[in-house]
Ligand binder design. Structure first.
Ligand code: CTP
Length: 403
């Protein structure tokens, strides 16, 4: 899933030949899941038709302060549009538009909206090489960047004039990638790697049967998605579940048993900044799993069970710089038991689910948690969706990483 999904993007198109490429740019932005609205300078319409862009963006294209509808002038509100935007992209940004942006000369709808927008502004210059080299243009580029606008550099190559040099607008794919990368680098977990465990484990009785539990894995997947959404690279070790991770930055490692999960967690732990262990790991497994299917013979069958590895505790013994977060699922003396686990497993935070709370715990779409830190500060949260609970946990992790 792209970081641009759900974002409101304003695309401002000024009058250069590169405007013909904005059809592809609109298409790519819409494909990320963003909502895209197009503003054109009046002369930009000589290079690409508003009909093309309105069809691709699913919104009318605006190029003037008023639209005439049956002789009734309709005012286009540049302030409202500027505030609607999460991102403003000016592409192509001609020498004329750059100069107007730098000086605040708002004699067209695009510049008036630019001055009204409070969001990050990206601009992709496009012009002939001598115009690009001109000190006036260079000064405008500098000024715009000094105001916090983000330059998507022009590239070197053949220009519409037939000359070869700097001034080609960046390709639409590269514009989208630059914006995505810039946004990702600004996220609070950018550069951080996080291990998450999720789901149940299956402990073999024989080749066709196992001991398992009702964990759906949803809480762990929500945590992984929430961490990835905030820029983290995630290693998600998961028992059997039908959930799928939403982001390319989540590496999913499917496992079956507690032993597999233990091995995968230890293989990855040294390289991570934090680990959140939300899996419902089986505490016991059959000591002697049968190699072939057990046939029914007697009226009773006794299975000898042995303890599985406590993954959380083993990581607690090993941890150096990592923030380690565990879960506690309790039915009695909830807080006291959670604190005991926090201390005995050397955790930084413990997330307590009480099975006594309606809507908390396994299976469902909601959860009700408390988070307790090493200094025994306790935060109690109301019943929320698992996705909101994941956000709360990740926000606490960010506080710990920044502490
Ligand atoms: N956990 C683990 N490995 C296990 C068992 C549990 O990593 N073999 C982790 C879980 O992922 C969770 C935490 O330990 O983060 C607590 O699990 P829970 O079942 O509540 O506690 P236990 O330590 O197993 O203790 P008990 O079942 O006795 O309450």
């Amino acid at each position: 899933m792209s970081i641009l999904r759900g974002k409101h993007i304003l695309l401002g198109i000024s009058a250069g030949i590169a405007a013909y490429k904005t059809a592809f740019l609109v298409r790519l932005l819409v494909k990320t899941g963003a909502e895209v609205r197009v503003i054109m300078t009046p002369s930009a319409k000589d290079f690409i038709t508003p009909l093309t862009l309105s069809t691709l963006s699913n919104y009318p294209v605006i190029s003037d302060f008023t639209d005439d509808e049956d002789d009734n002038a309709v005012w286009n509100n540049h302030v409202e549009l500027g505030l609607w935007a999460d991102l403003f992209v000016v592409a192509p940004a001609t020498a004329n538009t750059l100069s107007k942006m730098a000086s605040g000369n708002s004699d067209n709808f695009l510049i008036a909206t630019y001055l009204s927008a409070k969001c990050p502004v990206y601009f992709a210059p496009a012009m002939d090489l001598d115009m690009y080299k001109h000190p006036t243009t260079q000064k405008a580029l500098e000024t715009l960047q000094s105001y916090g606008n983000i330059l998507i550099p022009s590239t070197f190559g053949e220009l519409a004039s037939g000359l070869v040099g700097m001034g080609r607008m960046a390709e639409p794919e590269s514009i989208v990638e630059t914006i995505e990368q810039h946004l990702i680098e600004g996220l609070p977990l950018y550069g951080k790697k996080i291990l998450v465990t999720a789901g149940p484990t299956h402990e073999a009785i024989d080749p066709v049967r196992y001991i398992g539990n009702h964990s759906s894995g949803r809480m762990g997947f929500e945590i992984a998605n929430s961490a990835a959404q905030l820029g983290a690279e995630v290693v998600l070790i998961t028992g059997p579940t039908h959930y799928k991770a939403h982001y390319d930055s989540i590496q999913t490692i499917p496992i079956l048993s507690a032993r597999d999960m233990y091995d995968a967690a230890h293989q990855n732990f040294d390289a991570v900044d934090a680990a959140i262990l939300s899996a419902a790991v089986a505490d016991y497994r059959p000591k002697f799993p049968a190699l072939s299917k057990i046939k029914k013979k007697n009226t009773t069958l006794t299975l000898e069970l042995e303890k599985t590895e406590d993954i959380l505790a083993s990581l607690g013994e090993k941890k150096e710089k990592q923030i380690l977060i565990g879960f506690a699922l309790e039915t009695e003396n909830e807080v006291a038991n959670a604190i005991k686990k926090l201390k005995s497993k050397n955790l930084d935070l413990i997330v307590l689910n009480s099975l006594n709370d309606d809507g908390a715990g396994f299976g469902g779409s909601t959860n009700k948690i408390s988070i307790i830190d090493k200094d025994l500060n306790q935060k109690d949260y109301p019943l929320k969706s698992k996705s909101e609970v994941a956000t709360d946990i990740i926000n606490e992790l960010i506080n710990e990483l920044n502490a």
